[in-house]
Write a protein that binds this ligand. Structure first.
Ligand code: ADP
Ligand code: ZN
Length: 588
């Protein structure tokens, strides 16, 4: 490590070493070479430009797509003593910022692409010395990416007019095509691509079929203290779930969706960012601008669009590296609905979208390691088992359900493919009711051909058939064949069913928690809350949980001891050290 970097890392951030790909990225920027860093959320992208900006001469310019994101970054940078400012329409102190920038009093200046690409801004940049130009959320430059922002395209001339200033593009989500595109669009050489591993080992992945989702989510919330996000498919669902979660768990719960007035949205978002226990029930509109490190769980009440979006959404959990949970609840309807939407698309897009859905079906239906499936999807070769997902922790039973699947498909076929799950199950079970008699279904060859054991599998089988597009549901629930039906009927494909293990009773004695209760840690958190309130910043800006936990475990008794703890840099030691020491020494 460059000696200046090591020194700044320790003095300013209170960290002892760089992690993962950070050294590779920082080395390149220190050598003045253009770089694209693809690093998962929580890997520490900010440090990759903050450290070189501090170590090199001049001011670092950071292009960022969202004002909220910039303000978050500025606040955290200032908390460790970095001289940072944002130049946006929402900042009243623009004149002051310009003055500081011109006189070299800023380590970092944040601006949006719209502003940065303007001619006036380019001229402004010529007046000062730049240490680097960082382009955050760089996938926005690509039409292949999922958040294309045309203004990002206008940055190229700006970058090119400062050929000696190293450019650093950063993103958490870019598949191969997007990476190539970013390199081309931003003029970064091929060998400047640095891709970190995708794994988020501190996130525990769980996936279950929906079965009374408000209760399922309330259970998850109760079992998981700390802030969390619940993604719901519709605006209505966010409001209903927020209400039921609040009532069932007593936790503060709010809704967030595009239909709320902007001030309410902003207020709910700010409350969430500052909170240590709030549940935000939101549509996927929520999240991109949020850099909250202590999100302890992300739940999905319905199927995400693709594995990419699932990974990005769940990635908002546990940026601070602490144990976190991602739990997806899915139903067959999700697949029916999504598949119908795909068929309405223009021809050229259907194949790709079908593939995305099939990948999701493979993930939710698998009895294997979820993490392994996710990482393989992103081109990695992970170990067979991770030990930190539902299927690794409690391997589910699988049964061969090919026979009952065939019977179910036959029942759909014989009844002219217009009845739903319940009726088809009644036919297979040989029930004697009016509907069956009315349609004459008691005379069919499939009437009563399933035994009791098979009948127990009917619902999960129907779900599996819908997920893999062997069956499709119309608007009234009537089931007809999809392309996946034939291979099953012809005996070319089998249907293996995953039987979820019986839900474990939640234990009352607190075992199974990630950390045992610790009054000293609680007291330190209370102190952090006081300071945060006083300063009007979220608690994590003061110290992260991991830092407080290390304090509680090692109990330093003076400032020198406190300075040894990870996350305690010079600035924070001076500002808050004594306040926390008082708690540690029982003086308060
Ligand atoms: P990203 O933007 O990649 O999601 P951040 O830059 O927000 O990640 O960093 C995630 C968290 O990890 C931050 O709280 C940061 O302070 C912490 N962090 C980053 N690098 C290190 C390091 N080398 N040692 C300890 N903590 C680190
Ligand atoms: Zn696993």
């Amino acid at each position: 490590m460059h000696p200046d970097i090591a020194e700044i890392l320790h003095r300013t951030f209170g960290y002892s070493s760089l992690r993962g790909s950070q050294p590779a990225v920082i080395d390149r920027i220190m050598a003045g070479r253009d770089t694209l860093a693809v690093m998962p959320t929580g890997a520490g992208k900010s440090l990759c430009y903050q450290l070189p900006a501090l170590a090199r001469q001049g001011t670092g310019l950071v292009i960022s797509p969202l004002i909220a994101l910039m303000h978050d970054q500025v606040r955290s940078a200032e908390a460790v003593g970095i001289r940072a400012a944002a130049l946006t329409s929402a900042d009243e102190n623009r004149d002051e910022t310009l003055r500081r920038f011109r006189s070299g009093e800023l380590d970092l200046l944040y601006a949006a692409p719209e502003r940065a690409s303007g001619e006036g801004f380019r001229r402004l940049l010529t007046e000062v010395r730049l240490s680097l130009i960082a382009i955050d959320e760089a996938h926005c430059v690509s039409e292949w990416g999922h958040d294309f922002r045309p203004d990002y395209r206008l940055l190229r001339p700006l970058l090119d007019s400062f050929p000696d200033v190293p450019r650093l593009a950063l993103t958490a989500t870019a598949d191969n095509a997007t990476r190539r595109d970013i390199l081309t669009q931003l003029g970064i050489p091929e060998d400047g691509l640095i891709v970190a591993g995708f794994d988020r080992p501190n996130i525990r992945y769980s996936i279950s079929p929906r079965d009374g989702v408000p209760r399922q989510i309330a259970d998850l919330v109760t079992a998981t203290p700390g802030p969390g996000i619940v993604y719901a498919p519709t605006r209505d669902a966010t409001e209903r779930l927020a209400l039921s979660i609040g009532q069932a768990t007593g936790r503060p719960a709010r809704a967030y969706h595009a239909g709320l007035d902007a001030p309410i949205r902003a207020r709910n978002q700010a409350a969430f960012v500052a909170s240590e226990d709030m549940v935000m029930v939101a549509t996927v509109a929520f999240g991109m601008g949020i850099d909250k490190p202590d999100v302890r769980f992300v739940a999905h009440a319905g199927l995400p669009k693709s594995i990419e979006s699932y990974y990005q959404e769940t990635g908002r959990a546990g940026r601070d590296g602490e144990p976190s949970v991602a739990h997806l609840f899915w139903g067959a309807e999700d697949f029916s609905r999504a598949r119908k939407r795909v068929e309405e698309l223009e021809e050229s897009r259907r194949a790709g979208e079908r593939q995305r859905l099939n990948a999701m079906a493979g993930l939710v239906e698998s009895a294997g390691c979820r993490r392994a499936i996710l990482l393989r999807h992103f081109g990695e070769t992970p170990p067979e088992r991770c030990g930190n997902c539902d299927n690794c922790l409690a391997p589910p039973k699988t049964v061969d359900a090919t026979e009952i699947a065939r019977k179910f498909l036959s029942a759909a076929f014989r009844t002219e493919m217009r009845f739903g799950v319940t009726h088809l199950a009644d036919v297979l079970a040989g029930k004697d009711n009016d509907k069956i008699r009315g349609f004459g279904h008691h005379k069919l060859s499939v009437f009563g051909i399933a035994d009791e054991e098979e009948m127990r599998l009917v619902k999960p089988v129907a779900r599996a058939l819908l997920a893999r597009d062997a069956l499709r549901a119309d608007d009234y629930g009537g089931l007809s064949f999809g392309p996946g039906a034939k291979p099953i009927l012809k005996g070319e494909e089998t249907v293996a069913l995953v039987l979820p293990p019986k839900r474990e009773r939640r234990r009352k004695d607190g075992t199974g928690k990630d950390y045992p209760d610790d009054p000293l840690f609680d007291a330190l958190r209370a102190r952090r809350r006081e300071i945060a309130n006083e300063l009007g910043v979220p608690p994590y800006v003061i110290f992260h949980d991991a830092t407080l936990r290390e304090m509680a475990a090692t109990r330093p008794y003076d400032l020198r001891g406190l300075a040894e703890i990870s996350g305690v840099g010079t600035r924070k030691l001076k500002e808050y050290g004594q306040a926390f020491l008082d708690v540690l020494n029982g003086r308060d």
